[in-house]
Design a binder for this molecule. Sequence first.
Ligand code: NAI
Length: 694
Amino acid sequence: MSADYQVQNHVAVITLNNPPVNGLGLATRTAAVEALQRAEADPAVKAVVITGAGKAFSGGADIREFNSPKALTEPTLHTLIRTAEGLSKPVVAAIHSVCMGGGLELALGCAYRVAVPGAQIALPEVKLGLLPGAGGTQRLPRVIGLEAALEMIVSGSPVPSEKFAGTLFDEVFPAGTDLVAASVDFANRIADVCPLPKVRERKVEHANAAAVLDAARAKVRAVSAGFPAPLECIETIAAAVNLPFDEGCKFERERFIHLTQTVESKALRHAFFAERAASKIPDVPADTATREIKTAAVVGAGTMGGGIAMNFANAGIPVTILETKQEALDKGLATIRKNYENTVKKGKLTPEKAEQRIALVKGTLDYQDIAQADIVIEAVFEDMGVKETVFRKLDEVMRPGAILASNTSTLDLNKIAAFTSRPHDVIGLHFFSPANVMKLLEIVRGHETGIHVLATALALSKKLKKTGVVSGVCDGFIGNRMVEQYIRQAGFLLDEGALPQQVDQAIEKFGFAMGPFRMGDLAGNDIGWYIRKRRYVEMPEVAYSKTADLLCEQGRFGQKTGAGWYDYQAGDRTPHPSQLVHDMIVQHSKDLGIERRTIPDEEIVERLVYALVNEGAKILEEGIALRASDIDMVYLTGYGFPLYRGGPMFYADTVGLPKVLEAMAKYARGYHGEAWAPAALLQRLAAEGKGFNS
Ligand code: NAI
C-alpha cells in the first residue's frame, strides 16, 4: 500500500506512504485515487484529510519515474488532483515537513489546506529546467497572489509554511500540534460548508498585473541567460492572469511539454541524477562503515590549506593548521580571519557566527598538536620531496585509524601512500581554489585506499557541502588531466591566429564562467609553467605552444603580478587586452613561419570542448572515472562548464558522437594534428550509434 485509509470521527484520513518523501509515483497515485473514491462512496464519511507519512507531506513527482512512461500512466497527477477537486465532500490537505512540486499542486486542488509551522513549501521545477505542469502555475497565483507566486515559481526556493497563514493555508496550527487530530477537527468544522471552495473558481486579483509581469521578465532576462524555464514560468503565470482557468491549464501543459524536450532541461536533469550517482561506488556498498570525523588537521597554511581549514570550521569541526614557520602560520590564519570578515561585510554571516568559526581554527608548528586528529589533509608545495617529508612524519605521529589525505593536484598518490606504513589509510582529497567556495572535491582512490576510508571521504564531502567525485590515480586526475588538453588547444589557437581575448570571449559565449586565459591570470600562469617544465623532461613528445613560456619569462604570472595574458590596473581585476602580449604572439607565429589566419569562434569552441571530450573518453576507458556523468559533475562543479549544457560528455552526446569525431578528424589534418588521436571508446560508441550517457 502506498496510501493508507482510515476513518476517524467521520473523517477519512488518507496517508500518502511512499518513503522517503511520499513521491507521487504511479502506485501512490493509484492508491490515493482509490482512497478518495472510497471516501466519496462511504455515507459515514463527511470529509477527507490527505496527509503524508514520515518526513514529508509529499516531495512531488517520484524521481524514479522521471523519463519513464509510468509518469503518464493513469491515474496521472492531473487525474489525482481532479479527483480531489471534484469530490462532493471537502478534502483538507494536512501539511508538515515538506510539500513540494506535485505535492503542493495536489494540495492546491484540495478545498482546504492546513499546516504545522516549519514545513518547506516550494514549486522547485524550474531548477530542473521545467515549470509546474499540474496546475501549479494557474492555482498558486490565485491563492497567494501574483507577486508571491512569481517569486516562488521563478526561483523554485522553499518558503516556510507559517509565512502563508491566511493565504495558502486556511489554518497554521501552533507548533507541536498533533497535525492529524487537529486536521480531523478542522474537517468536522467545515464539513457542512456549501458550496465547497475551489481555487479554480478564483481570479488573480492585481491592479497592475501587466507592469509586474514586465518587471519580472526584465529581471529574469538579465540573470537567466541560457535557461529558458524561468521566462516560461512567467508566461504561464501571465496566462493565469489573462486566461480562464482551463485555457491557462492547457497553455501550462503545452509549455511544460515543450520544456521537457529542451536540451537545457535534459542537461539539468542529467546533472541532478549525476550528482546522486557520483556517491555510489560499485565495490563500496551504501552500508559500508565510516570513520567518525570529529577533529581535523591541515598541513600547510597557503592558498589551499587556509580554504580547506575553513570548510571544516564551517561544518563545525575543529581544525588545526600546521606550518613550518610562525610567519607563514600567522599569515595563513590572518587570511582566514580576513575571509570571514569579508563574508560578514557582505551580510552573508553574522559577526557572532564568524567568531565561532574562527575560534574553531587553531595553528601550530608542532606535529604533536595534530597527532590525535581524525583526518589530516596535506596542502604543502607540489613537490614529491616535500610530500615525502610530510607523509613520513605523519605516519610517525598520527594516531592509528587517522585518515591521511593529500590535496596534490598532479602527483602520484600511490607513491605518496608508499611513504607510509599504512597506505590503506591514505587518500587524495583534491579541493579546488578557492577551496572554501568551490563545490568540487575530487576524491582520489589509490591502489590501496581502504573502502572504509573511501566511504568516509564520500560522507565527509557531503558534510562539507561538496560534490565528491571519485577518481583513479593518473597525472592530473579527472579534471586537470582534461583541462590540460583544453589549454594546449588554446595555446595552439594563439600560434595560428587567435588572441587571448578572442578565445576567452568565444568560450564564455558558449557559457563557460571564464575563458582559459582569464583563468590562467587568476590562478597564476607560473603553476602551468612549472608543470610544463617537468613535462618537457618527462614527456618530450608532447607539444605545447611556447607562448605561455614566453609570457612567464617576462614575469607576467597574472593578477598577482599585475600583468599576465592581460594588463591589469592596480587594485582592479578587470582584464585589459595587452599590446605587448599581442605583439609577442604575432612575433611568435612569425618565428614559427605560420601565416596567421582569422579563426572562427565556432572552431575555437569545438577545439576547446572536443579536446575535453576526447580526453574524458580516454579517462573513462581507462577506468579513472567510473561513469561519464562523474566527468560531467567534475566540469560542472569545478571548471565553470555551463550547467545548461550538462557537462562535456553530455554535451558531446547532444551534438552526436559521429559529428564530434568528424570535426576532430578535420582538426587532425591541421596544426599539431597529432593531439587529435581519437579515444577508442569514442570511436566505438560512435560506430554503435550510442552516447556516453546512453
Ligand atoms: P602555497 O604555496 O600557497 O602553500 C603551501 C604552504 O605549505 C605554504 O604556506 C608553505 O609554508 C607550507 N609548507 C611547505 N612545506 C611545508 C611543510 N613541510 N610542513 C608544513 N607546511 C609546509 O600552495 P597551494 O597553492 O596552497 O598548494 C598546496 C597544494 O595544493 C599543492 O599540492 C597544490 O598542487 C595543491 N592544489 C593547489 C591548487 C591551487 O589552485 N593553488 C588547487 C588544488 C590543489
